[in-house]
Design a binder for this molecule. Structure first.
Ligand SMILES: CC(C)(COP(=O)(O)OP(=O)(O)OC[C@H]1O[C@@H](n2cnc3c(N)ncnc32)[C@H](O)[C@@H]1OP(=O)(O)O)[C@@H](O)C(=O)NCCC(=O)NCCS
Length: 175
């Protein structure tokens, strides 16, 4: 079933012909991480390669794209199963020039509808803690439960360029 966003962008299931565009969107996701953490090694030498690996996952429940009538595929969302009743949204990416127009939110709504159709009782997503843009988009789209957090001990010799000052339960973290 295709969902309709504000004209002329439509959300529809991924097709093999979308491969090249989705690989490029995957690379955009990696580039976002590289910029956020100032680390050009994230994702390895071919930042789109992770998409190929992703397509082989056995727990993959569905992939949908946002397609612009004239410009083709401009967004990508996937739903991965986690146990019997839960889902994980991964990846979520909208092409740079198409951000801030509600496409991310529409992709998230579509993934949630598909998750309900599969009788999942919750869906989660794990943005990088520094990805404020994504966290705002996710919160606005209904991801307002902080169900778990991942804590990291940095073992690198010179450490990472972490930023200071994120508090959870009155405990202060770098992020
Ligand atoms: C995160 C991402 C998918 C959001 O897509 P988008 O199409 O720009 O998001 P939307 O236009 O649907 O925005 C939804 C909400 O997010 C908020 N938002 C989006 N961009 C924002 C920004 N730059 N600053 C502040 N708030 C922002 C707004 O509150 C908006 O709600 P509104 O419609 O009430 O104003 C997009 O920025 C992206 O692809 N980023 C790179 C990849 C990435 O980080 N993916 C997330 C991995 S978890």
């Amino acid at each position: 079933m295709a969902a309709q966003l504000a004209e002329p962008v439509t959300i529809r299931p991924y097709r093999p012909l979308d491969h090249r565009a989705c690989r490029e969107l995957w690379a955009e996701l990696i580039r976002t991480k590289r910029e956020l953490y100032q680390d050009p090694t994230i994702g390895g030498p071919d930042p789109g390669a992770g998409f190929e690996e992703y397509l082989t996952r056995l727990d993959l429940a569905g992939i949908w794209v946002a397609e612009h009538r004239d410009d083709g595929v401009v967004g990508l969302v996937g739903l991965v199963l986690s146990g019997l009743r839960a889902g994980v949204v991964e990846p979520l990416v909208v092409a740079q020039d198409w951000r801030d127009r509600g496409i991310g939110r529409a992709l998230l709504q579509h993934a949630a509808t598909e998750a309900r159709r599969r009788e999942l009782t919750q869906v989660s997503i794990s943005p990088d803690s520094r990805n404020v843009e994504a966290i705002r988009c996710l919160h606005a789209a209904g991801y307002d439960v902080l169900s778990s957090i991942t804590l990291t001990m940095d073992l690198a010799p010179r450490g990472h360029s972490w930023q200071e000052g994120l508090e959870v339960h009155d405990v202060r973290f770098s992020y």
